[in-house]
Write a protein that binds this ligand. Structure first.
Ligand code: ADP
Ligand code: MG
Length: 664
């Protein structure tokens, strides 16, 4: 039943089946497992007078001014006015010209939409006409398949499979954690009769997912075999520190010492080093590479972007080469000849330390004796890429580095397969980045400040959030802002734009210009988030700051303040409590903790890292801990049939997903 093709459902021809299959929906089970991304509360209508800005609600209204379309900049804007008998409210739709046919004067409709502030009044934005009642599921859209059709198909699949789900969680686990039965959960998650039912259903499904994920993680870890032993001791580490132009911080020294212990044990190292931006993770990684090379092994350092890889290579030339270590750089953009030479140098041991991007995991790359693998900014890579690099050696030691400070409870759970070290101290002399919230009314003043900073020879980042199309009118897309700054607000300065849709080579060239000081103000989407080091850039402006998670704001802010000048970060937003956290502290862990409390761990990590696994109900820290405990408990009895069943299930469900997590 579960494996029955969706083609048996009404209205699914070959073309539609193909679209659905492209989105991973081929069987009835796939459809039923396609969970709502959110729910609409259609249980009651809200009087217009009681609508709250920023919240979505259902209103029952009569159209009192027919809708009219207006075209502007390739966008169709449709407006009308509706009334619920005591109050009126304008409605607006962007790029939904068909709405004007439905919204004729006198029409009675139920609308569900978000109340937003437009100038001094409140309006309903992009409301949809609702014929449903109760708690209605909303699914992620699939290109080419109308939402109504998808909702119907899912409904049919769920109905057909009702009663047919075998319960896959061990009964003992279900009982101990008071979880409802699988059939109840599937029904409840798609068609909840009330909020309580929904909560019960989501808890059960989230538990499944997280529990099996934990089991899978533990398995990965326990499969660890004996690895390469790199004889090293603290004395050798001290040798390394003695050769650096600066004294290590206490935290750097401690973490390298933890690494020394891992390297010299017979279990391969699998360690995550977390440290705030600027905490000096690179030096620690170089220390580990130094120890590996000194023991006769090769090391590899992989970074997510060419800019970062190049930066690391330059540092390696400054720090490792004077110690007699031969370093090389390999990038995707290099020519074939350079690749061939690099491959040869890695294979014959000529390069003792290879630094590069994904080019390092190309099939052609072979090492003579890879003893240590370092992955920088690891959240940019998937588990599979990490292991693709370590597969180039015979169970080499692995060190991954991340600037996303993740509260310890969470990292334990998420990276069950890694030990964690924290560099919780910044090098001396760093001045915290002065952070201010700037409301729209102060924008002009801020521009004047930017001008004076540039006059002093400093540089500025302006970061815009990525925007979803439906929000096109709310946020300032990078391109628009760039045009505005270039032609008007800051026309006296040298402005450049970099965004995610540019070709990598173009992107790199703009960033290189900025690094060379040929550009005063760099407008960007969040592409600069990853480790770029421009010490002369001392100001960062973050547009629509409220759209970013605190942890992400903190990461962005870390791009400035790397030089000796006082650095500034301006958060463009109306002041609120959440953003005020940023003005009060520069401690990434405090911020990450706060972010997690406010938005849940899923948000903190971004889906890149968690796959879809931690979305929605799964972004629940208490549940994470509970499943972590449950998985450990279960695995304590490896011989029981329940444990073996859970392991089979975890492998089935997560092998592919874990390998793919974070791939891009
Ligand atoms: P991140 O942890 O963000 O990767 P980096 O390793 O890039 O940080 O270090 C940031 C800067 O701090 C670099 O310019 C580096 O040379 C410098 N640095 C690292 N450790 C120290 C230290 N102990 N004392 C002074 N400067 C340091
Ligand atoms: Mg770094």
């Amino acid at each position: 039943m579960q494996n029955e093709s969706i083609a048996i459902l009404g209205g699914v021809g070959a073309a539609r089946a193909k679209l659905l299959a492209d989105a991973g929906l081929e069987t009835l089970e796939d459809l039923a497992n396609f969970l709502p991304k959110e729910y609409r509360d259609l249980t009651h209508a809200t009087p217009i007078a009681q609508l709250r800005v920023g919240e979505s609600a259902l209103v029952r209204v009569i159209v009192i001014e027919s809708a009219r379309d207006r075209r502007a900049k390739g966008l169709t804007v449709t407006r009308c006015v509706v009334s619920d008998g005591s109050e009126t409210i304008p409605c607006v739709w962007y790029n939904q010209p068909w709405m004007s046919k439905q919204m004729r004067s006198g029409a009675e409709v139920s609308l569900y939409g978000k109340a937003v502030r437009e100038k001094s009044r409140i309006i309903l934005q992009n409301p949809s006409v609702e014929n449903r009642a109760g708690i209605a599921p909303v699914y992620r859209t699939i290109q080419g398949v109308p939402g109504k059709v998808l909702t119907r198909l899912i409904g049919e699949a769920v109905a057909r499979l009702d009663g047919a789900w075998a319960d896959e969680l061990p009964l003992s686990v279900r009982e101990r954690h008071a979880l409802c039965e699988k059939n109840v959960a599937m029904r409840g998650v798609h068609f909840p009769a009330n909020w309580e039912e929904l909560k019960t259903a989501r808890r059960r499904l989230a538990f499944d997912e997280l529990f099996l994920y934990q089991v899978a993680l533990s398995l990965m870890r326990s499969q660890g075999k004996k690895g390469i032993v790199i004889p090293a001791d603290d004395e050798a580490a001290d040798d390394f520190w003695a050769h650096l132009p600066f004294a290590p911080t206490g935290a750097q020294r401690r973490v390298l010492s933890e690494i020394v212990r891992d390297l010299s044990s017979e279990h391969p190292m699998a360690r995550l080093v977390q440290g705030d931006v600027g905490s000096g993770k690179t030096a620690v990684a170089f220390g580990a590479l130094y120890l590996a090379v000194k023991a006769g092994y090769q090391g590899a350092l992989m970074a997510p972007t060419e800019i970062l890889a190049r930066q690391h290579f330059e540092s390696a030339q400054a720090i490792l080469e004077p110690l007699g270590i031969r370093c090389g750089l390999i990038l995707g953009s290099m020519g074939q000849k350079a690749h061939r030479e690099a491959h040869e140098a890695m294979a014959n041991g000529d390069w003792q330390v290879a630094i590069g991007t994904h080019a390092l995991i190309s099939q052609k790359v072979e090492f003579q004796n890879l003893g240590l693998v370092v992955v920088d900014e690891q959240h940019r890579f998937g588990v599979r890429q990490r292991s693709a690099l370590s597969d180039k050696g015979d169970s080499p030691n692995v060190l991954v580095m991340s600037a996303t400070p993740i509260p310890r409870t969470l990292s334990l759970i998420l990276y069950g397969d890694l030990d964690v070290s924290v560099i919780d101290e910044l090098p001396p002399g760093r001045r915290p980045v002065g952070t201010r919230i700037v409301p729209e009314a102060k924008r002009a003043d801020m521009y004047n400040f930017l001008r004076s900073e540039v006059r002093e020879g400093r540089q500025v980042y302006v970061v815009c959030p990525l925007i979803e199309e439906s929000e096109a009118m709310e946020a300032r897309p990078a391109e628009e802002l760039y045009e505005d700054l270039r032609t008007q607000a800051l026309s006296d300065l040298r402005i450049a734009l970099v965004h995610g849709r540019m070709k990598p080579a173009d992107k790199d060239s703009v960033i290189a210009q900025f690094q060379a000081g040929e550009v005063d103000v760099l407008v960007s989407t969040t592409v600069i988030e990853v480790g770029v080091n421009v010490p002369n850039a001392s100001v960062m402006v973050i547009e629509n700051a409220d759209r970013f998670g605190l942890a992400q704001l903190h990461q962005l802010r870390g791009r400035v303040g790397r030089g000796s000048d006082q650095a500034w970060c301006f958060l463009m937003a109306e002041p609120n409590e959440r953003l005020r956290t940023m003005t009060k502290t520069n401690d990434g862990f405090v911020i990450a903790q706060k972010d997690m409390e406010l938005r849940g761990p899923g948000e903190l990590l971004g889906t890149r890292q968690s796959g879809a696994m931690l979305d929605g109900a799964m972004a629940d820290l208490a549940l994470l801990s509970e499943t972590h405990e449950a998985a450990r408990e279960l695995l304590h009895h490896p011989e029981s049939e329940e444990t073996r069943a859970a392991i089979r299930l975890a492998e089935k469900r997560f092998r592919r997903r874990m390998e793919n997590a974070g791939m891009n």
